[in-house]
Design a binder for this molecule. Structure first.
Ligand code: COA
Length: 278
């Protein structure tokens, strides 16, 4: 294999890349982001997008927003797509313009995942955004057991998981907003994560039967999974983590990082959230 095959090239995406972005999104999530959402981002300069190519094939993309999407315009289109039975991706955003960078969409082709492309896309974006972003809060929301994504958010974007995402409560034209769901965490760079295993001082594992945690820091075992896959064990796990975080995350504890069992000399088949008291 020639070395150039492995060369990863990252560039800014433009409106001409919409189909490519949608194709990666479809492959990564089995759902697509509607064209009008991406058009809004490009035409109205609400954010920036980046594409990663390997050997001339698009393998990953990232969209960062610094302004909210126009939900009044998008929601009727999203509802129509949903009515047609199209699996759609939509993340309703609440960005404080001028003080936050919102990491809106990130996807890597399944065949190329876990090879460092996500890392490189995020690093490239931070280094090349067309404005100084180092004092802005980095924020996003992420599904509670999307462990690869949570790992990237903490390691590259220096975010902790600080609260649960509330279900979209707003109504637009009388309809409840379609958006990301309550099985998500809100992530923020306002609380420094812990990303080095040697800095995890505890091996105490919290279990749901303990109800209120008593320690200032502890671990919660978690496995990677899809929200809508039919594995009842994963659903149960999400429910347990959400029930727990409902009590313990809001304002009391934050998740400072996710570690593989092997990194903590614990069960190598599991990963662990590291919780600390705020
Ligand atoms: C999330 C996603 C973008 C990551 O991209 P990627 O190119 O695979 O990411 P990278 O290879 O750069 O990094 C993945 C990290 O997660 C880690 N990871 C993977 N599975 C893990 C697990 N079960 N537990 C802990 N860490 C895990 C990897 O080890 C790696 O971290 P490391 O380099 O510190 O070891 C990609 O998996 C994807 O497209 N998923 C589907 C779409 C999606 O979920 N997008 C994000 C929505 S918020």
């Amino acid at each position: 294999m020639k070395k150039s095959f492995r060369l990863l090239q990252i560039r800014s995406a433009t409106i001409k890349d919409i189909e490519t972005i949608q194709a990666i999104e479809q492959a990564a999530f089995a759902a697509h982001v509607i064209r009008e959402e991406l058009e809004q981002i490009f035409n109205e300069e609400r954010g920036n997008a980046f594409l990663a190519h390997q050997n001339n094939t698009a393998v990953g993309y990232l969209v960062i927003l610094y302004e909210n999407l126009d939900e009044e315009k998008l929601q009727p289109l999203l509802r129509k797509a949903k009515k047609r039975g199209e699996p759609i991706m939509h993340d309703d955003t609440h960005i404080k313009k001028g003080s936050q960078l919102y990491f809106h969409l990130l996807g890597v082709l399944p065949s190329q995942q876990n090879k460092g492309i996500g890392h490189k896309l995020l690093e490239h974006a931070l280094a090349t955004l067309p404005f100084d972003n180092k004092d802005l809060e980095r924020t996003t929301c992420v599904r509670v057991n999307n462990l690869a994504s949570i790992r990237l958010l903490s390691k590259v974007l220096r975010m902790s998981m600080v609260s649960r995402k509330s279900p979209p409560w707003e109504k637009i034209n009388g309809h409840p907003m379609l958006g990301s769901v309550e099985t998500n965490f809100n992530a923020s760079s306002k609380i420094e994560p812990i990303t080095t295993p040697s800095r995890v001082n505890t091996r105490k594992i919290w279990l749901p039967k303990y109800k209120q945690p008593k320690d200032n820091e502890f671990l919660v075992a978690i496995t990677h999974g899809e929200e809508d896959e039919l594995d009842p064990a994963v659903i149960e796990q999400i429910n347990q983590v959400m029930a727990f975080t409902g009590e313990a995350l809001e304002g009391k504890y934050v998740i400072r990082g996710v570690f593989k069992g092997i990194e903590l000399d614990l069960n190598p088949n599991l990963s662990y959230f590291y919780f600390t008291k705020v």
